[in-house]
Design a binder for this molecule. Structure first.
Ligand code: BGC
Ligand code: NOJ
Length: 809
C-alpha cells in the first residue's frame, strides 16, 4: 500500500495523507542551521550541534510519537479550529498534501474552502528557518480567521533540557519587541547566542509562556488561547518559553495572503551582547529579519536553494527505462548521502541528537557517497577525521562536531576504524586528483605539537593492523569491528554496562576475518598511494603484506563453503558450520569477496552462493543465520537482540551492497540487481504498510525472517547504507567509477535494464556515456570519442571538456 507518490520533475515525494505508517520526515539546511521536519510539521532544529545548540524542543519517546514542531492553528470565526499539518489538532481536512523536496517541505491542508500552505526551508548561507504561510480563500464567501503560530524553545543543551528540571524551570527568559519574540535563555551568563521568532506583519497578540498559551492540563491539540481566539500576551519567566503570534486574516473569495515567519539564530560578539543592561543587542537579528521580510525575498532564496540542489545533483545523471532506478540514482540516494554527511548519526527520528558524535568509521564511509557532490567539504572532513587519530594509528571511535575533538567516553579500540581512513582518502583523491592532500600536516589527537603528513596517518592506519595480529595471523578485533555488536572481549554480565566500552577481558586472541577482508580490499589503495609518492619499496612491501593476509584468510578464515566471521576470546570459531547459531555472517562474505580473496580458486563464488542459499530473504539479505536464540556472554551485544532484529539476523542494509558489489565482480549482474531492488526504498513504495519508514530513503535495518515483523524497517535516514548503496549502484551496477588515472566504465546490471546513458562530471570534465546493455557480465568494449580503446578505463580529460563514451556491456 502507498501513502503518496514521487513527483520526479520536481524531485519531491508527495505524501497525500497525514496518516502515514510512521512520521515521514525531511531535513532542512546543509551548512550550520539544520532542521528535521515531519509530514505533520513535527520536529526541531539546531545550530551545528544537535546536543549543545538545540533551538526547538522535541520529546523523543513521546505520546503521540511526533509531538512538537512548527505549528499553525487556524481559528475560524465560528470557533472551528484546525491545522494545515493535521497535527496537532487533527480536525479532518478536505485535502492534505506534504511535499518533501530537496532541503524544503511544503505542507498544504484545506478545510471548508480555505487552503493554508506552509513552506519551510533554510535559505542557503542563512542561520534561520523560513516558514512561509499562504492562506487562500477558495470558497465563494468572505473568510475571517485568526492564525496562531506556535513553537517551543529548547533550553539549548538538549540533554540538560530533558533532565535538569530543578534548574530549567527557573531559567527561561524572553524579550518581546513588536512582532518578534526573542529567546534568551542563559544569555545573561555564558551564552552569546539567542534565537528569535518573528513574522513580517504587525501581530494582534503573542504568547511566550507555554502554560499561558496551552493551559497547564492541555496538550498541543487544545491550546486555551486558540480556543478563546485571543492571545494573552504572556511573557515567559522561567518554566517553558514558547513563541506564538496571532494574526487576524480577512480574505475575500479567491483572495490569498502570504505571511513570512522567520526562526533565526544569532551570535553576538561578547563585547556587543547588550543594547543596554538586560536588553539584547538586536542589530544582527534585525538585519536577518530585513532580509526575509517579503515573499519576494523568500522566493528568491527558495530559487537559490533549488538551483543549488540541481547543480549539486548534476554530477551523476542516469537516464534509463526504470523510473525507480532513475529516482534513486539521480535524486534520493545522493540526497540521503548529503544528509548523512551533514548529520552523521546524530539527529533523526531514531537518533536523539544527544547520544552520539561523529563516528570515525561512519564519517569515512559517508564520504564515499558525497565526495563527488562537494569535494572541497570532503577534503575538510578528511582532515577533521584524521586529526582525531592517535599516533599509533588507532583512532577515537567518535568525535564531537562542535569541538572536532575525540570523544573520551567511547575512546578507541575498534580495530577496523583506521582502515576506513585510507578508503575515504583514496576515494577523495580518485575523485579530485588532489594528491596534495597527502602532504597536509595533520595532528594526532588534535595535538598541534604532534603532527605528521596525512600520508603518514594512512601509513599508521595500515600498520596498525599489522601490529595487532592474533594467533592465526589475522587482525585482532579489539572492542568490535564494523559490527559494533560483536564484542568478543566484553563479557558483560551487568545490566547498564555499555557493550562498546566494557572490555572485561584483556586478550589478544579474538580475531576478525572481516578486518582481514578490509585489509586486502583497502591495503592496495595505500600501496598505490605510496607508489605515486615515489616510495616503490614501501608499495612493494605493502602489497606483499596484503598478499600474505589474503593467504591467511584462505588458510584460517575459510570454513569450507564460506568465510568465517571471527575467532573469539577462547580461539573458538564464530560464523562457522561448527557453531549452533550464527553459522554464517554476511560481513566477511561481502568484504572478502569484494577484496577478491580466492577469486580464481572459486572461494568467492562459493561464498556468494552460500549467501544466496542461507541469508537471502524476500526483503533483503540478513546479517547472519541462524539467529542467536540466547545471550552469549562471549559474543556480546549481538546476542542481546531478539532474533531477527538489528545485528542479530536483521537485514542490515549497510552491508547488502557489499554482496551486490561482489556479485558484479563475478559478473552476475542479474543477481546483484535483484539484491539491490529488494532494499532500495523506491522499489518498496507499494509495501509501505509493511516497510513503514519513508519510501524515499534507506533505513539502517529491516526486520529479518526470524522476527515477528519481517520486512518492517527502522532507523531511517542516518546510516552508512546510503553511501554504500550509492557506491554499489553508481560504480558497480551502472559501473562508472573514478580510478587513479581515469574513469572505469564497467556496467554489470543484468538484462532487465535496457540501454541507458549516464552523464558523469569528474575533475571538471563531463563524460557522456551511452551504454548498450547486452548483459555481458562485466565484459565491456569501449569507444572514446569514436575510437575503440583497450580495457575499461577512460583516461581523464582536461577540465571543461566533454568526452563521448560508447559502451557495449
Ligand atoms: C546498535 C548498533 C550501533 C551501536 C552504536 C548498538 O546498540 O545495535 O547498530 O552501531 O549501538 O553504539
Ligand atoms: C551503526 C554504526 O553507526 C556503524 O558504525 C556500525 O558499523 C553499524 N551500526 C553495525 O553495527
Amino acid at each position: 500500500m502507498r501513502y503518496g507518490h514521487f513527483d520526479d520533475d520536481r524531485k519531491e515525494y508527495v505524501i497525500t495523507t497525514p496518516k502515514t505508517p510512521y512520521p515521514w520526515i525531511n531535513y532542512l539546511g546543509s551548512e550550520k542551521f539544520f532542521g528535521l521536519i515531519s509530514h505533520q510539521a513535527g520536529g526541531y532544529c539546531f545550530y551545528r550541534d544537535a546536543r549543545l545548540r538545540r533551538i526547538l524542543r522535541f520529546r523523543y519517546n513521546n505520546v503521540p510519537t511526533d509531538a512538537g514542531g512548527r505549528y499553525f492553528y487556524v481559528r475560524e470565526a465560528d470557533g472551528d479550529v484546525w491545522c494545515p499539518s493535521f497535527a496537532p489538532v487533527k480536525s479532518e481536512l478536505d485535502s492534505f498534501e506534504c511535499r518533501h523536496g530537496l532541503g524544503y517541505t511544503r505542507i498544504t491542508g484545506k478545510r471548508r474552502g480555505l487552503s493554508v500552505e506552509l513552506l519551510a526551508f533554510v535559505p542557503p548561507g542563512v542561520d534561520a528557518e523560513v516558514h512561509q504561510v499562504t492562506l487562500k480563500n477558495e470558497s465563494d464567501k468572505p473568510r475571517a480567521v485568526t492564525l496562531f503560530s506556535l513553537l517551543e524553545f529548547c533550553l539549548w543543551n538538549a540533554h540538560e533540557d530533558q533532565t535538569n528540571f530543578q534548574r530549567n524551570l527557573s531559567t527561561g527568559e524572553v524579550e518581546i519587541d513588536g512582532s518578534t519574540i526573542y529567546h534568551k535563555h542563559e544569555y545573561r551568563e555564558r551564552r552569546n547566542h539567542f534565537a528569535f521568532y518573528t513574522v513580517n506583519e504587525k501581530v494582534a497578540g503573542f504568547d511566550s509562556d507555554r502554560e499561558s498559551f496551552l493551559g497547564l492540563y492541555n496538550g498541543f491539540h487544545e491550546p486555551d488561547v486558540v480556543k478563546a481566539g485571543k492571545s494573552r500576551n504572556s511573557v515567559a519567566s522561567g518554566w517553558s518559553p514558547i513563541a506564538s503570534h496571532s494574526l487576524e486574516v480577512k480574505l475575500a473569495p479567491g483572495e490569498s495572503k502570504t505571511l513570512v515567519f522567520l526562526l533565526g539564530y544569532v551570535e553576538n560578539p561578547k563585547e556587543e551582547k547588550w543594547e543596554k543592561p538586560g536588553v539584547i543587542n538586536k542589530k544582527r537579528a534585525k538585519e536577518l529579519m530585513a532580509a526575509f521580510s517579503t515573499p519576494a525575498q523568500v522566493d528568491a532564496a527558495f530559487e537559490k536553494l533549488r538551483s543549488q540542489w540541481s547543480g549539486l545533483l548534476s554530477s551523476y545523471k542516469l537516464t534509463s527505462s526504470d523510473e525507480k532506478l532513475n529516482r534513486m540514482v539521480n535524486v534520493w540516494n545522493p540526497y540521503q548521502c548529503m544528509v548523512t554527511f551533514n548529520m552523521s548519526r546524530s539527529a533523526s527520528y531514531f537518533e536523539s541528537g544527544i547520544g552520539r558524535g561523529m563516528g570515525f568509521r561512519d564519517s569515512n564511509q559517508d564520504l564515499l557517497g558525497f565526495v563527488h557532490l562537494v569535494p572541497e567539504r570532503a577534503r575538510e572532513r578528511i582532515i577533521d577525521i584524521a586529526s582525531t587519530q592517535f599516533a599509533d594509528g588507532s583512532a577515537y571511535h567518535q568525535y564531537q562536531p562542535l569541538t572536532k575533538r575525540g570523544n573520551n567516553d567511547v575512546g578507541s579500540g575498534f580495530n577496523d576504524d583506521p582502515l576506513w581512513l585510507i578508503l575515504g582518502t583514496a576515494a577523495y583523491i580518485k575523485e579530485t586528483g588532489d594528491f596534495g592532500i597527502l602532504d597536509e600536516q595533520v595532528p594526532f589527537d588534535n595535538d598541534e605539537n604532534n603532527k605528521a603528513s596525512l600520508f603518514e596517518h594512512l601509513k599508521r592506519s595500515f600498520y596498525h593492523v599489522m601490529e595487532n595480529l592474533g594467533p592465526h595471523g589475522l587482525p585482532l578485533i579489539g572492542r568490535a569491528d564494523w559490527n559494533d555488536c560483536l564484542n568478543l572481549n566484553c563479557f558483560s554480565e551487568t545490566p547498564d554496562e555499555s557493550y562498546q566500552t566494557t572490555g572485561n577481558r584483556v586478550g589478544r586472541t579474538a580475531e576478525s576475518i572481516f578486518i582481514a577482508g578490509m585489509f586486502v580490499h583497502i591495503g592496495p589503495e595505500y600501496a598505490a598511494l605510496a607508489e605515486r609518492r615515489g616510495l616503490g619499496d614501501e608499495a612493494k612491501k605493502a602489497r606483499e603484506l596484503v598478499k600474505q593476509m589474503s593467504d591467511t584468510v584462505l588458510q584460517h578464515g575459510w570454513d569450507g563453503e564460506w568465510y568465517l566471521r571471527a575467532y573469539d576470546f577462547f580461539g573458538k570459531k564464530v560464523g562457522s558450520k561448527e557453531c549452533e547459531d550464527g553459522q554464517i555472517f554476511i560481513e566477511p562474505q561481502g568484504y572478502c569477496s569484494m577484496a577478491g580473496i580466492g577469486l580464481e580458486s572459486g572461494h568467492v563464488k562459493k561464498a556468494l552462493d552460500s549467501v544466496k542459499a542461507r541469508l537471502d530473504t524476500k526483503y533483503g539479505i540478513v546479517l547472519q543465520q541462524p539467529a542467536y536464540k540466547e545471550y552469549h556472554l562471549e559474543l556480546g551485544e549481538i546476542s542481546s537482540y531478539p532474533p531477527g532484529y538489528k545485528e542479530n539476523a536483521g537485514i542490515f542494509c549497510h552491508n547488502n551492497p557489499w554482496v551486490i558489489i561482489a556479485e558484479t565482480l563475478l559478473g552476475r549482474g542479474e543477481q546483484a540487481f535483484e539484491y539491490y531492488k529488494k532494499i532500495a526504498p523506491a522499489y518498496l513504495e507499494e509495501i509501505s504498510d509493511v516497510h513503514r519508514t519513508e519510501p524515499y530513503v534507506y533505513s539502517q535495518m529491516i526486520a529479518g525472517k526470524d522476527a515477528v515483523r519481517h520486512g518492517e524497517a527502522k532507523n531511517s535516514w542516518l546510516t552508512g547504507t546510503a553511501a554504500w548503496n550509492f557506491v554499489a549502484v553508481s560504480q558497480h551496477l551502472l559501473g562508472v567509477k573514478p580510478e587513479w588515472d581515469g574513469l572505469s566504465v564497467r556496467p554489470c546490471i543484468g538484462k532487465d535494464i535496457a540501454d541507458f546513458t549516464i552523464e558523469r562530471r569528474c575533475r571538471g570534465a563531463t563524460y557522456k556515456i551511452r551504454v548498450k546493455n547486452l548483459s555481458r557480465g562485466g565484459n565491456v568494449s569501449l569507444k572514446v570519442n569514436g575510437k575503440p580503446i583497450a580495457g575499461n578505463i577512460v583516461p581523464y580529460a582536461p577540465a571543461g571538456s566533454t568526452v563521448d563514451v560508447e559502451c557495449e556491456a
